[in-house]
Each structure stands twice: as structure tokens, then as C-alpha cells.
Design a protein around this ligand. Sequence first.
Ligand code: ADP
Ligand code: MG
Length: 228
Amino acid sequence: YYEQMQQSERLKTTGQLTAAVAHEIRNPLTVVKGFLQFYEKDQSLNNETKKNFTLMIDELKTAEHVISQFLMIAKPDKDKKMERVDVKAALQSITDLLKSYGIIHDNSIELSVEENCYIAVHLIEFKQLMINFIKNAIEASDKGDSVIVKAERKKGYVEMKIMDQGCGMSEEEVKSLGTPFYSLKSKGTGLGLMICFNIVEKYNGTIHFTSSKGEGTMVTIKFPLDKQ
Ligand code: ADP
Ligand code: MG
């Protein structure tokens, strides 16, 4: 088993720099997309041209999506207050959400969450974090395999684990996790984990990967326990 503790320090500066660039790119993209959507409606277009317009618009939407993900890291909502989040309830609503989008099915996820796991976070960020990990686990898995999501209350922290029996990763691959645009998927953005590292660091948590090529992956996330 290959193990790697991630330090996300290097991601901080990368994130800030890219955010500035992302901002400058998003506006022209939106303008071009708007014009294309306008011309796409032209009744005199033949089918072939119409198809090309749809393709161009879809590509721009993808680019916008990537940029929005970046901006989410760079411009966290500072005004919003942190909440006392019940991990059990949050994980339940995340899995319901993923089910409703057809991303996971009834048999593909096993939730095993203790009561009394409370953390102080922005709920939206916590959801984004867990959705990214669970989606990655599902995408790495074969059809029908289950993903196990666990949460336990430990001394001073809450420990969450996402375990899959999917493709796994080599030591080199684990080391690359969190690098912007690092993705082995044909349609991946390689931004999901970069966002995850940023979120976890913000709340003084940790992420730890244990993976073995061909056998599966276990992600362990620790967050300080919100006592009270
Ligand atoms: P994306 O999912 O868009 O590719 P991520 O940042 O979420 O980007 O993940 C980066 C890469 O890390 C993935 O492309 C995949 O190769 C690898 N990865 C992440 N989670 C897992 C997992 N549970 N099992 C195997 N590989 C994984
Ligand atoms: Mg992903």
C-alpha cells in the first residue's frame, strides 16, 4: 500500500494566481457564448451548422464550468457564518442528492455514520468536498461495486472514510493528487481534489490517501470536532 500525506501549501499560491486569470477569461467567454446562442436560433441554419453551433456552445459551457470551480476556491464567501453541521444528516442529504442525479444507485453506496459527529464548517463547502470524493470513488469503481462512506467520532476530531474497490492508484499517481488539472479521465477536469485540499485546509482538517493499484482506494478525512 502506498501512502502519502498531502501538503496543500503549494496549492495556495497556484489558486490565487489562477483565480485572477480565470476572472479575466470568464467574461469574454460569456460574451462569445451569448452571441453563439443568439445565432444558433437562426431558422435558416442547416442541420450541420446547427450541430456545430451546439458543439461550440457546449465546449464554452465546459470551460465556464472549469472556471467557476476555480473561482469558488479563490473567492470563498467570507460573510457567511460557519455552522454546526451534523455529519450524519449532511452525508444522508449528499447521498440522496447523488441518487437523484443518477450518479449513485441504491446498491452502490453504504453509509455507516455514527451519531454525534459535529463539525464547524460552511455546509455548502462540506457538501462539495464529500461529493467530490464520493464521485471519484464511484467513477473509479466497476458497475455494481459499492462504495463505503463512514464517519466516526474520535477524541477531538471526526474521522470520515470513503472506501472503494476500484482501479486504485500507484505511488506516483497518489503524489500527483491535488495538482491542478491532474486527471486520468477523458472527461475529467482535475480540479475536484484541488478544491478538496483547499476546503479541508481552511478548517484545519487533513486528507490522507491509502491506495493500491487494482485493489482500491481509501480516503481518510479528519475535521476538528465541534464540541459544545
Ligand atoms: P477528475 O475527477 O476531474 O479527474 P479529481 O481532482 O477529482 O479530478 O481527481 C484527479 C484524479 O485522481 C482522477 O482523474 C483519478 O485519476 C484520481 N483519483 C481520484 N480519486 C480516485 C479514486 N477513488 N480511485 C482512483 N483514482 C482516483
Ligand atoms: Mg473528480
